[in-house]
Design a protein around this ligand. Structure first.
Ligand code: PEP
Ligand code: MN
Length: 340
């Protein structure tokens, strides 16, 4: 059960509400985000909802039977708009494209990427500076100093920065240079990190764990929301299955299911999802028809020379064709009025 508290609730009224809910046998958690103030009551007992609906300072009351609550569409029926400022949004009305290299490599490489994005009307650039690599001997990123450079170049060009945060201590260090904190698949259940991201005012993009269920992804989002941050984007990036013909199995089933269960925007990462350049476009277009609110894709001026994930990275002409077809596909979907 979610109680939305009014902005003017007094301490006494809140204590009264908590008391009443606890007396029914429910456990109460208080949540305060940048946009609202809530009490989340968890319990199983049947009770007459009128007992609390009339309480002073309670603006609204919703029964949510899902294990995740604040991110559930049973409560908030309208899709969430993530406002990144300067006219950049991630929402249901527009189709977001986030593009850039797997890893940030150099000032010059970022500069050519920005030119490519500007030419194609793209306002969000991806690029890891702290890279989670399976091998300790692989390139691990340019680090915080590299992020400062990357961020300065993007700010100058009016482009938003999307980059992965790997641990709690990096959240504060990276804060000023980031617009969207990406949580990688390997950190999908790093609850300390999720809690910490709940305390920031920046948007958070949660990638699905490669062996995580859809419900686990939504529970991860619930961590961030309940710790205080409502600006969350969900990302399907493929799961591990028995198949070996490609890197991961991009689970497009997750897209309509997430859209039905949650009010949060859902974007798809076909690059990691399939892991092979030739299949990025068909899977990105399929994701769009499945109802994704956007795509995050790896691009590089010379994928063969990319410091990581070159095999799944598009060159600029391949990327340009993809953007064009994504936009056409999105218009087609809109004309069908497919909402999920
Ligand atoms: C990435 O986006 O470069 C990345 C490492 O993604 P994932 O966590 O999905 O593997
Ligand atoms: Mn990558």
């Amino acid at each position: 059960m979610i109680l939305q508290l009014s902005k003017t609730i007094t301490g006494q009224e809140k204590a009264q509400a908590i008391n009443t809910i606890e007396s029914i046998g429910y456990q109460v958690n208080e949540v305060r985000t940048q946009f609202g103030h809530y009490l989340i009551a968890v319990g199983k007992k049947e009770f007459d909802i009128r007992k609390i609906g009339h309480l002073k300072g309670v603006h609204d009351l919703h029964r949510v039977t899902d294990p995740f609550k604040l991110v559930s569409k049973k409560w908030r029926v309208h899709d969430t708009d993530i406002n990144l400022g300067d006219g950049v949004h991630i929402n249901r009305q527009s189709f977001s494209i986030i593009a850039g290299p797997c890893s940030i490599e150099s000032e010059a490489q970022t500069a050519v990427t920005i030119e490519h994005l500007k030419t194609n009307n793209i306002r969000m650039m991806r690029g890891g500076v702290f890279k989670p690599r399976t091998s300790p001997y692989a390139f691990r990123g340019v680090g915080l100093e590299g992020l400062k450079q990357f961020s300065a170049q993007c700010r100058e060009a009016g482009i938003k920065v999307v980059t992965e945060v790997m641990q709690v201590s990096q959240v504060a260090e990276m804060h000023d240079y980031v617009d969207i904190f990406q949580v990688g698949t390997r950190n999908a259940q790093n609850f300390n990190l999720l809690d910490e991201l709940g305390k920031t005012d920046k948007a958070v993009m949660l990638k699905r764990g490669f062996s995580g269920t859809i419900e686990e992804l939504l529970q991860a989002a619930e961590y961030v929301f309940s710790a205080g941050n409502e600006k969350i984007i969900l990302c399907e990036r493929g799961i591990r299955t028995f198949e070996t013909a490609y890197r991961n199995t991009l689970d497009l089933n997750a897209v309509p299911i997430l859209k039905e269960k949650s009010h949060l925007p859902v974007i798809v990462d076909p690059s990691h999802g399939v892991g092979l350049r030739n299949y990025i476009e068909p899977m990105a277009l399929a994701a769009t028809m499945a109802g994704a609110d956007g795509i995050i894709v790896e691009v590089h001026n010379c994928p063969e020379k990319a410091l990581s994930d070159g095999q799944q990275t598009l060159n600029y002409s391949e990327a340009q064709q993809l953007y064009h077809r994504l936009r056409q596909t999105f218009s087609l979907r809109r004309s069908f009025s497919i909402h999920h």
